[in-house]
Design a protein around this ligand. Structure first.
Ligand SMILES: [Zn+2]
Length: 100
């Protein structure tokens, strides 16, 4: 069995992963300890956004009810969509097609 065959068999479902920025209304002193990056587990804090002041980064996966927070490093990282999909499907062989 080839690697490709295995990939197709385990990820028949097609899903879209998108990255976005969102501004949260976090009040001073609010507990944000649960706001950790989906990929690296480090605190997912906001960073400057061109028009919104600062904003958090997130990934949304079609069919997944929650947006997944990302830290700036992972948001900007090369191959991050692939990493998110691999983690989400718990499948290192997940096949990714990019649409721009
Ligand atoms: Zn991260």
């Amino acid at each position: 069995m080839t690697k490709t065959t295995k990939t197709k068999a385990t990820t028949e479902q097609e899903t879209e992963v998108r990255l976005g920025r969102v501004k949260f209304d976090i009040k001073p002193g609010e507990d944000i300890s649960a706001d950790v990056c989906y990929l690296c587990g480090k605190p997912a804090t906001d960073w400057p956004h061109p028009t919104k002041g600062t904003a958090h980064g997130f990934a949304s996966i079609t069919g997944h009810p929650k947006a997944l927070l990302l830290c700036q490093a992972c948001f900007d990282a090369e191959g991050n969509l692939h990493a998110i999909a691999r983690k989400h499907f718990n499948n290192p062989d997940v096949e990714i097609r990019y649409f721009h």
